[in-house]
Ligand binder design. Structure first.
Ligand code: G1P
Ligand code: ZN
Length: 543
């Protein structure tokens, strides 16, 4: 069998966004599209002799074909060994776990996360480095630069190997090891959490519903919850990963996980509900008729971390993305640890975790995680909550309201305007930037603007800088409005508006969220002239 060198030309637009390269499946199926990007990754990595890579994806449409192409290219590029999940499947957190455990050079994840799948849906590819986390900007920029000059790629014409059976095989000189996608990950969870206490909880009749949204968290949740923890069969719903996620949007928020929200509001609601996204790195936590905001979830896990064996030693620090609510800031203060505010995107947590500056981190976009791996982790967050429920004997709502009573409540919401005209979105952001300097001191709807700026970040570990990471208007009482354009969308532009208001008084903790934020919502609208600029009078999704 032979290694082919195939001539190609650069394909425009292969710049990775917030989380890897994401495009419509039809784009990825264009001739040379995947190959150009993968070869650019390999060229950026340099000499691959003797190196191990991890490969897997969330099982969406095109996953299997892409796995075979990448294996043939890896073999042609001198990679020594590839660990691939059975069936080409690995959740994003599992890839991170396997890279670390097996000391691989890095890994390739095939996923478009929470974006819809299927032939008309989205596909994505992302490279993770040796720490198990998404490649930092320096690496993704180098990959992108390579895509703009690429002239050829290398691929083996060896026959495809059977990826549906655990075991070892060879392609050219490269060893391919097909691994159980769940094993390493489940073992790690067992070390972090008190499985005995959670098992006892289920044995006592505690009921939960985990909505895997027909995505990759299904096999993990089933093996861990129903397998190792003894939860009754059927605890995990929509457990079988489907190539098109059953036509649904695999994004765990109250809008997209409507089936779970309805169940949790019903007369026979289980004690605890949870959902995860397409690649199993996001999580949503729900009590009986009560959804927990991701920002609160991060704060609550941080405040109670000692219930879990893996965190008994205390936490070194907490990080949150800038638009995430400041609920965690108050916990950090109470614990006497530092709080880091980073740009949106998990990659910014990597250095802080590697340097041991933080133990827990999270984003408002249903992402929570810790130093156990270098990705956010949906099933981990659910297990952490289970551990907390088991240790305290309290319900979800009770835990949250007690937390608010102690720390105050950060009312929080995100309004998304999806698929708006990309040019109009740019104009809106540019106009806002012009307005920024005049906002401080202005009275708006009974709020006074303390300061307004375009968030920029200097990484405390390597001093790398990231500018234009979101426009924020901060009021004198700490309330905030943040505007950002999404870096993961594949259609037009998505404008995200994040709204936050702090309320210390427990008698004011039961106002419906949109009502509590109404004055800020009105300010956000008028300052950015949203209706005028986008032609939309209402957001597409409110979470
Ligand atoms: C979105 C979320 C962000 C998350 C990313 C990947 O990015 O907002 O917090 O890290 O997905 O899951 P965005 O589309 O806003 O750029
Ligand atoms: Zn995801």
């Amino acid at each position: 069998m032979a290694i082919q060198t195939v001539a190609t030309t650069p394909i425009p637009g292969q710049r990775p966004g917030t989380s890897g390269l994401r495009k419509k499946v039809a784009v990825f199926r264009q001739q040379h599209y995947l190959e150009n990007f993968v070869q650019s990754v390999f060229d950026t990595l340099g000499d691959l002799a003797g190196k191990t890579l991890v490969l897997g994806g969330d099982g969406r449409f095109h996953n299997r074909a892409a796995v075979h192409t990448i294996l043939r290219m890896a073999a042609a590029n001198n990679v020594a060994r590839v660990l691939v999940g059975r069936g080409g499947l690995l959740s994003t957190p599992a890839v991170s776990c396997v890279i670390r455990k097996h000391e691989a050079l890095g890994g390739i994840i095939l996923s478009a996360s929470h974006n819809p799948g299927g032939p008309d849906g989205d596909f994505g590819i992302k490279y993770n480095i040796a720490n198990g986390g998404p490649a930092p900007e320096g690496v993704t920029d180098a990959i992108y630069q390579r895509t703009t000059t690429i002239g050829q790629y290398r691929i083996s014409d060896d026959p495809d190997i059977d990826i549906d059976r655990i075991g070892r095989g060879y392609m050219e000189q490269m060893q391919i090891e097909v691994i159980d996608p769940v094993e390493d990950y489940a073992g790690m969870m067992e070390e972090l959490f008190d499985f005995g206490a959670i098992r006892a909880l289920f044995a006592g009749g505690f009921r939960m519903c985990f909505d895997a949204m027909s995505a990759i968290s299904g096999p993990y949740a089933q093996a861990i919850l129903e397998g190792r923890l003894g939860a009754p069969a059927g605890t995990v719903i929509n457990a079988v990963p489907l190539e098109d996620f059953g036509g649904h949007h695999p994004d765990p928020n109250p809008v997209n996980a409507a089936q779970l929200i309805e169940l949790m509001a019903g007369p026979d609601a289980p004690d605890f509900g949870a959902a995860s996204d397409g690649d199993a790195d996001r999580n949503m936590i729900v009590g009986r008729d009560f959804a927990v905001t991701p920002s609160d979830s991060l704060a609550i896990l941080a405040a109670n971390a000692q219930v879990a064996p893996g965190y008994r030693g205390g936490i070194a620090g907490i990080a949150r993305s800038m638009p995430t609510s400041r609920a965690a800031d108050r916990v950090a203060e109470a614990l006497g640890v530092k709080l880091y505010e980073t740009p949106t995107g998990w990659k910014y947590f990597g250095n802080l975790l590697d340097a041991g500056l933080i133990t827990l981190c999270g984003e408002e976009s249903y992402g929570t995680g810790s130093n156990h791996i270098r990705e956010k982790d949906g099933v981990w967050a659910v297990l952490f909550w289970l551990n907390l429920l088991a240790a305290t004997g309290k319900g979800v709502q009770e835990i949250v309201t007690e937390h608010w009573a102690r720390f105050g409540r950060n009312y929080y919401s995100r309004h998304d305007y999806e698929a708006i005209d990309a040019h109009a979105a740019q104009v809106l952001m540019d106009d806002l930037r012009v307005k920024l300097s005049n906002l401080a001191g202005q009275e708006l709807n009974n709020y006074t603007v303390d300061f307004a700026d375009d968030f920029s970040y200097t990484d405390p570990v390597d001093a790398s800088q990231s500018a234009q990471q979101g426009i924020r208007i901060v009021m004198t009482d700490g309330s905030r409005i943040v505007y950002r354009l999404s870096g993961t969308g594949t259609e037009g532009a998505t404008l995200r508006i994040y709204l936050e208001r702090y309320e210390a008084d427990p008698s004011q903790h039961n106002i419906p969220t949109q009502q509590a934020l109404a004055a800020l919502i009105a300010i956000a609208d008028s300052v950015a002239s949203i209706a005028y600029n986008t032609g939309r009078s209402n957001p597409t999704v409110i979470t």
